[in-house]
Design a protein around this ligand. Sequence first.
Ligand SMILES: [Zn+2]
Ligand SMILES: [Zn+2]
Ligand SMILES: [Zn+2]
Ligand SMILES: [Zn+2]
Length: 357
Amino acid sequence: MAAPRACKETTLGFVERTENWRLSRQFFPSKVGGKPAWLSMTDIPTSEKLNCRKCGAVCVFLMQVYCPITEQGTCFHRTLFIFCCRDPTCHKHSDNAAFVVFRSQLPRENEFYDYEPPDEDVPLGEGKDCNSSGGDVTDDSLCAVCGCFGGKKCAKCHMKSYCCREHQLIDWKAGHRKECGSTGSIANGCKQILFPEFELVTESEDYHHEDMDDGGKEESHVQDDTGDKSEINVAELEKMALSESKEDRQFAKFKKRTDHEPDQVIRYQLGGQPLLISCENQPQQQDIPPCSSCGSERHFEFQVMPQLLIHLDVDSLEASIDWGTLLIYTCAKSCDGASAYLPEFLWKQDIVPESNK
Ligand SMILES: [Zn+2]
Ligand SMILES: [Zn+2]
Ligand SMILES: [Zn+2]
Ligand SMILES: [Zn+2]
Protein backbone atom coordinates (compact mmCIF):
# COMPACT_ATOMS: atom_id res chain seq x y z
CA MET A 1 0.00 0.00 0.00
CA ALA A 2 1.37 3.39 -0.91
CA ALA A 3 1.54 5.33 2.32
CA PRO A 4 0.25 8.86 2.03
CA ARG A 5 2.86 11.50 2.92
CA ALA A 6 2.79 15.17 3.69
CA CYS A 7 -0.87 15.75 2.90
CA LYS A 8 -1.85 13.27 5.65
CA GLU A 9 -4.77 12.03 3.67
CA THR A 10 -6.36 8.82 4.78
CA THR A 11 -6.18 5.63 2.76
CA LEU A 12 -9.10 3.24 3.11
CA GLY A 13 -8.93 -0.53 2.75
CA PHE A 14 -11.67 -2.86 1.48
CA VAL A 15 -11.87 -6.63 1.27
CA GLU A 16 -12.08 -8.35 -2.10
CA ARG A 17 -12.03 -11.98 -3.23
CA THR A 18 -9.08 -12.88 -5.42
CA GLU A 19 -7.09 -15.83 -6.73
CA ASN A 20 -5.01 -17.47 -4.01
CA TRP A 21 -1.69 -17.04 -5.81
CA ARG A 22 -2.01 -13.26 -5.69
CA LEU A 23 -1.87 -13.43 -1.92
CA SER A 24 1.42 -15.31 -1.67
CA ARG A 25 4.32 -13.50 -0.07
CA GLN A 26 6.17 -12.96 -3.38
CA PHE A 27 3.50 -10.40 -4.29
CA PHE A 28 3.76 -8.45 -1.01
CA PRO A 29 0.03 -8.58 -0.39
CA SER A 30 -2.19 -6.73 2.04
CA LYS A 31 -4.71 -9.33 3.10
CA VAL A 32 -7.20 -10.60 5.65
CA GLY A 33 -7.48 -14.20 6.86
CA GLY A 34 -5.90 -17.39 5.62
CA LYS A 35 -2.28 -17.93 6.60
CA PRO A 36 0.15 -15.06 7.00
CA ALA A 37 2.21 -14.16 3.92
CA TRP A 38 5.44 -13.57 5.84
CA LEU A 39 7.81 -10.88 4.65
CA SER A 40 11.16 -11.79 6.19
CA MET A 41 11.69 -15.57 6.27
CA THR A 42 13.97 -15.41 9.31
CA ASP A 43 12.70 -15.18 12.90
CA ILE A 44 9.16 -16.20 11.90
CA PRO A 45 7.17 -15.90 15.14
CA THR A 46 6.92 -19.10 17.16
CA SER A 47 3.75 -20.16 18.98
CA GLU A 48 5.21 -18.74 22.21
CA LYS A 49 5.43 -15.28 20.66
CA LEU A 50 1.84 -15.58 19.46
CA ASN A 51 0.34 -16.65 22.77
CA CYS A 52 -2.96 -15.10 23.80
CA ARG A 53 -2.31 -13.32 27.10
CA LYS A 54 -5.69 -14.52 28.38
CA CYS A 55 -5.79 -18.27 27.63
CA GLY A 56 -2.29 -19.05 26.33
CA ALA A 57 -3.50 -20.54 23.02
CA VAL A 58 -1.77 -19.56 19.78
CA CYS A 59 -3.33 -16.46 18.22
CA VAL A 60 -4.21 -16.95 14.56
CA PHE A 61 -3.59 -14.62 11.66
CA LEU A 62 -6.15 -11.82 11.32
CA MET A 63 -4.66 -9.50 8.69
CA GLN A 64 -1.55 -7.86 7.28
CA VAL A 65 -0.97 -4.48 5.69
CA TYR A 66 1.89 -3.87 3.25
CA CYS A 67 3.01 -0.32 3.96
CA PRO A 68 6.57 0.54 2.85
CA ILE A 69 8.12 3.85 3.90
CA THR A 70 9.65 4.93 0.61
CA GLU A 71 12.03 7.55 1.98
CA GLN A 72 13.57 5.02 4.42
CA GLY A 73 15.86 2.52 2.71
CA THR A 74 15.43 -0.17 5.36
CA CYS A 75 11.65 -0.03 4.84
CA PHE A 76 11.52 -0.58 1.08
CA HIS A 77 9.35 -3.57 1.96
CA ARG A 78 7.40 -3.27 5.18
CA THR A 79 4.42 -5.24 6.49
CA LEU A 80 2.38 -5.07 9.69
CA PHE A 81 0.73 -8.27 10.93
CA ILE A 82 -2.16 -8.67 13.39
CA PHE A 83 -3.01 -11.96 15.11
CA CYS A 84 -5.88 -12.65 17.48
CA CYS A 85 -7.18 -15.42 19.71
CA ARG A 86 -10.03 -17.51 18.28
CA ASP A 87 -11.67 -17.91 21.67
CA PRO A 88 -14.43 -15.28 21.94
CA THR A 89 -14.30 -15.32 25.73
CA CYS A 90 -10.75 -13.88 25.57
CA HIS A 91 -12.03 -10.74 23.83
CA LYS A 92 -12.86 -8.51 26.77
CA HIS A 93 -14.11 -4.97 26.64
CA SER A 94 -11.34 -2.47 25.73
CA ASP A 95 -8.64 -5.07 26.47
CA ASN A 96 -5.88 -5.92 23.98
CA ALA A 97 -4.74 -9.20 25.63
CA ALA A 98 -6.14 -11.38 22.82
CA PHE A 99 -4.12 -9.57 20.09
CA VAL A 100 -0.51 -9.67 18.92
CA VAL A 101 1.01 -7.26 16.37
CA PHE A 102 4.33 -7.57 14.50
CA ARG A 103 6.26 -5.32 12.12
CA SER A 104 8.67 -6.74 9.53
CA GLN A 105 10.72 -4.75 7.02
CA LEU A 106 13.42 -5.30 4.40
CA PRO A 107 15.63 -3.14 2.18
CA ARG A 108 15.20 -3.44 -1.58
CA GLU A 109 18.27 -5.60 -1.77
CA ASN A 110 17.65 -8.60 0.45
CA GLU A 111 18.11 -12.35 0.51
CA PHE A 112 14.47 -13.28 -0.03
CA TYR A 113 13.08 -11.26 -2.96
CA ASP A 114 14.18 -10.00 -6.35
CA TYR A 115 15.37 -6.42 -6.71
CA GLU A 116 12.72 -5.90 -9.39
CA PRO A 117 9.05 -6.22 -8.41
CA PRO A 118 7.23 -9.38 -9.56
CA ASP A 119 4.93 -9.39 -12.58
CA GLU A 120 1.58 -8.93 -10.89
CA ASP A 121 -0.35 -10.70 -13.63
CA VAL A 122 1.61 -13.92 -13.81
CA PRO A 123 1.22 -16.68 -11.23
CA LEU A 124 4.50 -18.13 -10.06
CA GLY A 125 5.05 -21.24 -12.19
CA GLU A 126 4.62 -24.66 -10.65
CA GLY A 127 8.18 -25.50 -11.58
CA LYS A 128 9.68 -22.49 -9.89
CA ASP A 129 10.56 -23.34 -6.35
CA CYS A 130 9.45 -20.22 -4.61
CA ASN A 131 9.82 -21.74 -1.19
CA SER A 132 13.56 -21.90 -1.07
CA SER A 133 14.58 -18.41 -2.10
CA GLY A 134 17.07 -18.14 0.74
CA GLY A 135 16.62 -17.71 4.45
CA ASP A 136 16.41 -20.03 7.41
CA VAL A 137 12.83 -21.12 6.91
CA THR A 138 10.97 -22.59 3.99
CA ASP A 139 7.20 -22.52 3.67
CA ASP A 140 7.20 -26.30 4.33
CA SER A 141 8.51 -25.83 7.82
CA LEU A 142 5.62 -23.58 8.81
CA CYS A 143 2.72 -24.94 10.86
CA ALA A 144 0.41 -26.82 8.48
CA VAL A 145 -2.59 -25.44 10.33
CA CYS A 146 -1.91 -21.78 11.14
CA GLY A 147 1.20 -20.88 9.12
CA CYS A 148 3.38 -19.64 11.97
CA PHE A 149 6.76 -21.18 12.82
CA GLY A 150 6.35 -24.97 12.96
CA GLY A 151 8.94 -26.26 15.36
CA LYS A 152 7.41 -29.75 15.70
CA LYS A 153 7.13 -32.38 12.97
CA CYS A 154 4.64 -35.23 12.76
CA ALA A 155 6.55 -38.01 14.55
CA LYS A 156 5.26 -40.66 12.13
CA CYS A 157 5.77 -39.18 8.66
CA HIS A 158 8.13 -36.29 9.42
CA MET A 159 6.38 -34.46 6.58
CA LYS A 160 4.09 -31.98 8.23
CA SER A 161 5.15 -29.29 10.70
CA TYR A 162 3.14 -27.82 13.54
CA CYS A 163 3.60 -24.91 15.92
CA CYS A 164 2.01 -26.68 18.89
CA ARG A 165 0.29 -29.90 19.96
CA GLU A 166 -3.17 -28.34 19.70
CA HIS A 167 -2.71 -27.59 16.00
CA GLN A 168 -1.27 -31.04 15.35
CA LEU A 169 -4.37 -32.55 16.98
CA ILE A 170 -6.67 -30.38 14.86
CA ASP A 171 -4.91 -31.56 11.68
CA TRP A 172 -4.89 -35.19 12.84
CA LYS A 173 -8.63 -35.17 13.38
CA ALA A 174 -9.23 -33.28 10.12
CA GLY A 175 -7.71 -36.17 8.18
CA HIS A 176 -3.96 -36.39 8.61
CA ARG A 177 -4.52 -39.66 10.52
CA LYS A 178 -5.61 -41.16 7.16
CA GLU A 179 -3.02 -39.58 4.89
CA CYS A 180 -0.04 -39.74 7.27
CA GLY A 181 2.82 -41.47 5.47
CA SER A 182 1.22 -41.31 2.02
CA THR A 183 2.00 -38.66 -0.53
CA GLY A 184 -0.51 -36.00 -1.37
CA SER A 185 -2.36 -33.89 1.09
CA ILE A 186 -6.05 -34.02 1.88
CA ALA A 187 -6.11 -32.99 5.50
CA ASN A 188 -7.11 -29.42 5.98
CA GLY A 189 -7.07 -28.54 9.63
CA CYS A 190 -6.64 -24.90 8.58
CA LYS A 191 -10.30 -24.59 7.67
CA GLN A 192 -11.33 -24.94 11.29
CA ILE A 193 -9.09 -22.28 12.65
CA LEU A 194 -8.25 -19.70 9.99
CA PHE A 195 -10.38 -16.70 9.09
CA PRO A 196 -11.82 -16.48 5.55
CA GLU A 197 -9.22 -15.10 3.16
CA PHE A 198 -9.52 -11.82 1.24
CA GLU A 199 -7.28 -9.36 -0.49
CA LEU A 200 -7.16 -5.87 1.03
CA VAL A 201 -7.44 -3.28 -1.71
CA THR A 202 -6.96 0.41 -0.98
CA GLU A 203 -8.02 3.82 -2.21
CA SER A 204 -7.72 7.37 -0.92
CA GLU A 205 -10.56 8.62 1.18
CA ASP A 206 -12.64 11.07 -0.81
CA TYR A 207 -13.85 13.33 1.95
CA HIS A 208 -14.37 17.06 1.57
CA HIS A 209 -13.80 19.70 4.18
CA GLU A 210 -17.34 21.02 3.94
CA ASP A 211 -18.45 17.58 5.14
CA MET A 212 -16.24 17.81 8.21
CA ASP A 213 -17.92 17.66 11.56
CA ASP A 214 -19.65 20.86 12.57
CA GLY A 215 -17.81 21.23 15.88
CA GLY A 216 -16.11 24.47 14.88
CA LYS A 217 -19.27 26.19 13.79
CA GLU A 218 -21.14 25.25 16.91
CA GLU A 219 -18.46 26.56 19.22
CA SER A 220 -18.46 29.99 17.63
CA HIS A 221 -22.23 30.01 17.96
CA VAL A 222 -21.91 29.39 21.70
CA GLN A 223 -19.41 32.20 21.98
CA ASP A 224 -21.92 34.59 20.43
CA ASP A 225 -24.59 33.58 22.89
CA THR A 226 -22.47 34.28 25.96
CA GLY A 227 -22.15 37.80 24.59
CA ASP A 228 -25.76 38.64 25.37
CA LYS A 229 -26.45 39.35 29.02
CA SER A 230 -29.22 36.82 29.67
CA GLU A 231 -29.20 35.22 33.13
CA ILE A 232 -28.62 31.68 31.94
CA ASN A 233 -25.05 31.02 31.06
CA VAL A 234 -25.55 29.41 27.70
CA ALA A 235 -21.99 28.20 27.47
CA GLU A 236 -22.35 26.40 30.79
CA LEU A 237 -25.60 24.82 29.65
CA GLU A 238 -24.11 23.75 26.40
CA LYS A 239 -21.21 22.19 28.28
CA MET A 240 -23.56 20.12 30.41
CA ALA A 241 -25.62 18.97 27.48
CA LEU A 242 -22.41 18.12 25.71
CA SER A 243 -20.99 15.92 28.44
CA GLU A 244 -24.29 14.05 28.65
CA SER A 245 -24.33 13.21 25.00
CA LYS A 246 -20.58 13.15 24.47
CA GLU A 247 -20.58 9.42 23.85
CA ASP A 248 -23.27 9.66 21.20
CA ARG A 249 -21.56 12.63 19.61
CA GLN A 250 -18.28 10.80 19.16
CA PHE A 251 -20.14 7.81 17.73
CA ALA A 252 -22.15 10.11 15.47
CA LYS A 253 -18.89 11.64 14.24
CA PHE A 254 -17.51 8.15 13.59
CA LYS A 255 -20.63 7.20 11.68
CA LYS A 256 -20.75 10.39 9.67
CA ARG A 257 -17.16 10.00 8.58
CA THR A 258 -17.59 6.35 7.59
CA ASP A 259 -21.05 6.57 6.01
CA HIS A 260 -19.44 7.83 2.78
CA GLU A 261 -17.62 4.51 2.44
CA PRO A 262 -19.50 2.13 4.72
CA ASP A 263 -17.53 -0.93 3.56
CA GLN A 264 -14.12 0.33 4.71
CA VAL A 265 -12.37 -2.22 6.91
CA ILE A 266 -9.19 -0.25 7.60
CA ARG A 267 -8.16 3.41 7.72
CA TYR A 268 -4.45 4.10 7.17
CA GLN A 269 -2.77 7.40 8.03
CA LEU A 270 0.86 7.09 9.15
CA GLY A 271 1.48 9.52 12.01
CA GLY A 272 -2.10 10.78 11.77
CA GLN A 273 -5.08 10.71 14.09
CA PRO A 274 -7.36 7.70 14.50
CA LEU A 275 -11.09 8.05 14.08
CA LEU A 276 -12.30 7.14 17.57
CA ILE A 277 -15.57 5.30 17.96
CA SER A 278 -16.29 6.47 21.50
CA CYS A 279 -15.28 9.20 23.91
CA GLU A 280 -14.60 6.51 26.51
CA ASN A 281 -11.29 4.72 26.76
CA GLN A 282 -9.46 7.03 24.38
CA PRO A 283 -5.73 6.31 24.31
CA GLN A 284 -3.57 9.02 25.87
CA GLN A 285 0.08 9.40 24.91
CA GLN A 286 1.14 7.74 28.18
CA ASP A 287 -1.03 4.71 27.34
CA ILE A 288 1.06 3.95 24.27
CA PRO A 289 4.28 2.21 25.36
CA PRO A 290 7.49 3.23 23.55
CA CYS A 291 9.06 0.89 20.99
CA SER A 292 10.37 -2.13 22.89
CA SER A 293 13.30 -2.31 20.51
CA CYS A 294 14.70 1.25 20.27
CA GLY A 295 12.73 3.17 22.90
CA SER A 296 11.29 5.72 20.44
CA GLU A 297 7.73 6.79 20.90
CA ARG A 298 5.10 5.05 18.85
CA HIS A 299 2.70 6.86 16.58
CA PHE A 300 -0.64 5.94 15.08
CA GLU A 301 -0.43 4.08 11.80
CA PHE A 302 -3.77 2.47 10.97
CA GLN A 303 -7.00 1.21 12.46
CA VAL A 304 -9.23 -1.78 11.86
CA MET A 305 -12.91 -0.95 11.53
CA PRO A 306 -15.85 -2.95 12.94
CA GLN A 307 -16.97 -3.64 9.35
CA LEU A 308 -14.29 -6.30 9.09
CA LEU A 309 -16.18 -8.47 11.58
CA ILE A 310 -18.93 -9.02 9.01
CA HIS A 311 -16.45 -10.83 6.74
CA LEU A 312 -14.89 -13.05 9.42
CA ASP A 313 -17.79 -15.45 10.08
CA VAL A 314 -17.45 -14.83 13.79
CA ASP A 315 -21.06 -13.99 14.53
CA SER A 316 -22.83 -16.41 16.81
CA LEU A 317 -25.74 -16.17 19.20
CA GLU A 318 -23.35 -16.59 22.10
CA ALA A 319 -20.19 -14.63 22.64
CA SER A 320 -18.26 -13.75 19.49
CA ILE A 321 -15.05 -11.92 18.67
CA ASP A 322 -15.94 -8.25 18.67
CA TRP A 323 -14.42 -4.77 18.66
CA GLY A 324 -15.34 -1.14 18.17
CA THR A 325 -12.07 -0.27 16.49
CA LEU A 326 -8.48 -1.54 16.74
CA LEU A 327 -5.82 1.19 16.70
CA ILE A 328 -2.31 0.15 15.63
CA TYR A 329 0.65 2.18 16.91
CA THR A 330 4.15 1.60 15.53
CA CYS A 331 7.70 2.78 16.23
CA ALA A 332 7.95 6.35 14.89
CA LYS A 333 11.46 5.54 13.62
CA SER A 334 10.38 2.17 12.20
CA CYS A 335 13.65 0.86 13.59
CA ASP A 336 15.54 -2.28 12.66
CA GLY A 337 15.59 -4.36 15.80
CA ALA A 338 17.34 -7.52 16.87
CA SER A 339 14.58 -9.63 15.33
CA ALA A 340 13.03 -9.57 11.86
CA TYR A 341 9.61 -9.44 13.55
CA LEU A 342 9.24 -6.66 16.11
CA PRO A 343 6.23 -6.37 18.38
CA GLU A 344 4.04 -3.29 17.95
CA PHE A 345 1.10 -1.99 19.94
CA LEU A 346 -2.66 -2.37 19.56
CA TRP A 347 -5.33 -0.37 21.40
CA LYS A 348 -8.83 -1.82 21.44
CA GLN A 349 -11.63 0.69 21.71
CA ASP A 350 -15.20 -0.46 22.22
CA ILE A 351 -18.54 1.19 22.45
CA VAL A 352 -19.56 1.38 26.09
CA PRO A 353 -22.43 -1.09 26.65
CA GLU A 354 -25.71 0.51 27.71
CA SER A 355 -25.56 -1.31 31.05
CA ASN A 356 -22.24 0.33 31.97
CA LYS A 357 -23.34 3.89 31.30
ZN1 LIG B 1 -7.28 -16.62 24.22
ZN1 LIG C 1 -0.09 -23.63 14.30
ZN1 LIG D 1 2.20 -37.57 9.65
ZN1 LIG E 1 11.84 1.31 17.39
